[in-house]
Design a protein around this ligand. Structure first.
Ligand SMILES: NC(=O)C1=CN([C@@H]2O[C@H](COP(=O)(O)OP(=O)(O)OC[C@H]3O[C@@H](n4cnc5c(N)ncnc54)[C@H](OP(=O)(O)O)[C@@H]3O)[C@@H](O)[C@H]2O)C=CC1
Ligand SMILES: CC(=O)N[C@@H](CCC(=O)OP(=O)(O)O)C(=O)O
Length: 343
């Protein structure tokens, strides 16, 4: 049996990557494709790389067009998914790539998104303790933001092993421009982007800050604090996060090494690099892999953890399909690869 899938937001970067991966997934068949103002056009005009789907008509995003499928992916702008999801039957597996259902605290939603909170769904990060069991029995999945996935997986072993408390965490993460979606933003025009690196969302205002804190709490931190600064760098895909945090007294380099190797020993997509080798975004492009490494800076008593992933793959569509597989009872890695493209 194959599962039929509809994709809303098929003309965007996230929707396009969902479709690229679904085309290689042996257990699904691709049904209706919908978007917003592009309705009535053909997918090939927007996603020329998805050749087998080039002649598909892009439909309007309505309940009727999304009905009759086993699975619906929503790859729509923030604040759009809630209304669409409300129209879908409970038995349909709905996977939201947007932020609408990620946060548990409505006050945090209001503070960072400045709109009404749509609700909270199971979080699509299987690497969190106990999360595979939760995902296995759900019909609603909130796919994490790309920075929170990277920052959380960078610090997870240190938090779960009790090497850090989760206070005074600093995350600086550089993203490729596809993270911003297809819509042009002033700081993303070609002349400003290429040949230049820049910071944005500075001063604790980026909406992924509460998502990082929510994840750190989930990993055992008591009242965590984080200073998160996103950076835009001239590459199309990829995120590289540098995460530092004070270690508790007595933690050694050997403790750090052991914590990372143990935490990820059985993870299919998270790879701890050999000691002294540091993640590079190029190595995970096109794959669902996360490359991680960590060390101790003894002079300042801080752990330095570095992680990289492809923002459109493990950071969005790949992570979404990994969680989908769990919810469908399929092997978790179906249709996904941990092998990147290099150089
Ligand atoms: N890019 C990334 O790395 C990541 C993105 N995400 C999330 O995925 C979602 C999509 O992001 P992304 O693909 O980057 O964005 P894009 O701007 O590239 O694509 C947006 C998509 O939504 C459609 N759309 C826009 N407005 C509406 C509407 N009112 N009704 C129906 N469809 C609409 C667009 O269709 P049309 O062509 O008709 O305008 C397009 O298909 C966002 O919530 C984003 O946060 C999550 C993690 C990472
Ligand atoms: C470079 C860039 O602009 N990145 C996006 C993050 C994209 C993402 O993963 O997050 P959401 O799903 O929450 O949109 C940003 O900072 O808004």
């Amino acid at each position: 049996m194959t599962f039929s899938v509809a994709v809303a937001g098929c003309t965007g970067y996230a929707g396009g990557e969902v479709l690229r991966l679904l085309l290689g997934h042996p257990e699904v068949s691709i049904g209706n494709l919908t978007a917003g103002s592009s309705a009535g056009t053909h997918l090939g005009q927007h996603q020329p790389h998805l050749v087998p789907l080039a002649d598909r008509e892009v439909l309007e995003t309505t309940a009727e067009n999304l009905a009759g499928h086993d699975i619906v992916f929503l790859a729509l702008p923030h604040g759009t998914s809630g209304a669409v999801a409300a129209l879908l039957p409970d038995e349909v597996l709905v996977v939201d790539c947007g932020a609408d259902f990620r946060l548990a605290d409505p006050q945090m939603w209001l503070k960072y998104y400045k709109s009404e909170h749509a609700g909270t769904w199971p979080y699509g990060l299987p690497e969190l303790p106990g999360q595979r069991e939760t995902l296995a029995s759900t019909r609603r999945i909130a796919v994490p933001g790309c920075y929170p996935t990277t920052g959380t997986l960078a610090l997870l072993p240190a938090l779960t092993a009790g090497l850090v408390t989760g206070r005074d965490v600093v995350v600086a993460a550089a993203s490729g421009s596809s993270g911003a979606g297809k819509g042009l933003k002033p700081n993303l025009l070609g002349a400003e982007l290429f040949g230049s690196a820049s910071a944005y969302g500075v001063g604790g205002v980026h909406r992924h800050t509460p998502e990082l804190l929510q994840n750190f709490t989930r990993l055992g931190a008591d009242a965590p604090t984080v200073s998160f600064t996103p950076l835009l760098v001239p590459m199309s895909r990829g995120i590289l996060a540098v995460v530092t945090a004070p270690v508790v007294d007595g933690v050694t380099e050997a403790d750090v090494r052991a914590a990372y190797e143990q935490a990820y020993a059985d993870e299919p997509f998270v790879h701890v690099l050999p000691a002294g080798q540091w993640p590079q975004s190029q190595h995970v492009v096109g794959s669902n892999a996360v490359h991680v490494n960590a060390t101790l800076d003894p002079d300042v008593g801080r752990i330095i953890a570095i992680a990289t992933l492809d923002n459109l793959c493990k950071g969005t569509a790949g992570g979404a399909i990994q969680s989908m597989n769990l919810a469908l009872g399929l092997p978790e890695g179906t249709g996904l690869t941990s092998i990147g493209v290099a150089p």
